[in-house]
Design a protein around this ligand. Sequence first.
Ligand code: GLV
Length: 328
Amino acid sequence: MTQVVITRNIGETAVSKLGQTDIRFSHNESDVSWNQDTLIAQSSKAEAIVCLLSDQMSADVMDRLPNLRLIANVAVGYDNIDIQAATERGIIVTNTPDVLTETTADLAFALLLAIARRIPESDSFMRAEKYTRFELFPDMLGVDVYGKTLGIVGMGRIGTAVARRGTLGFNMPILYSGRRRQEEAESELGATYVSFDDLLAQSDFISVNVALTPETTHLFDYAAFQKMKSTACIINTARGPVVKEADLVQALKEGLIQGAAIDVFEFEPKMVDGLADIQDKLVVAPHIGSATVDTRNKMADIAVGNVMAYFEGKRPLTMVNPEVYDNR
Ligand code: GLV
């Protein structure tokens, strides 16, 4: 009987470790995610599921998988899983923190630089063979990064890593907002804790690094964009619904802000109508924050390691709801 189902291709390195144990598992080696009925049919007897953030693990799905005791998400975020429902059903949930922090911060900074210096427009210009003579290119002027103010919305692990790049690499003063003060970031990076409105008003670049919760859903709406500097850029590598995407389209069209660099989308994998039509001042990427060979292998390793720990009767390392394990 299959004890573990891996819902998508997570790479051979981690899976081969599972293959060296007595644990019976199946691995969907395709890169296409299952729909919900297939996931349930494939996992009907499974005690553990290794899944990705595109697998919606709702209370209903859990109720249809009576043997399920562990969900190992191959992601740091876990808004695809109903944690309360899992906890109530005695299902342990694990994620993959830390290993993707620097990789995701790298992407946030890559996007920041790309939007500031209009790299996509420059790239398209070259490919269209429009570079026939050197000019000052008034239509392609960007904004400076060095010394500009970086606002971090959500100074957690990734937010702090983005801030570190800003202050150490680019001499950027750091503002941050969030639920609580982060004294370490203040002493290490000289970051200043401000209200969300002050952050909007004072930042030249805003990096979104909050988890998706009811409080952060649509944190960036039209009213928020109105409070930003018209020369400011927003970079979102966190979760799409933190930004109300239709309002972003409007803000970009009306020139309320300078630009947006977006790796995550409100209705992922789709973009809202009108977003893709914006040619300038927009950089988009298909949720690639953690997408490097090393980091993806490490994430898969953690998820599989948690599964192995569970079957060996050991404590999984990165539990989101450790109370389930502790109260067994
Ligand atoms: C990616 O978005 C993750 O949460 O790991």
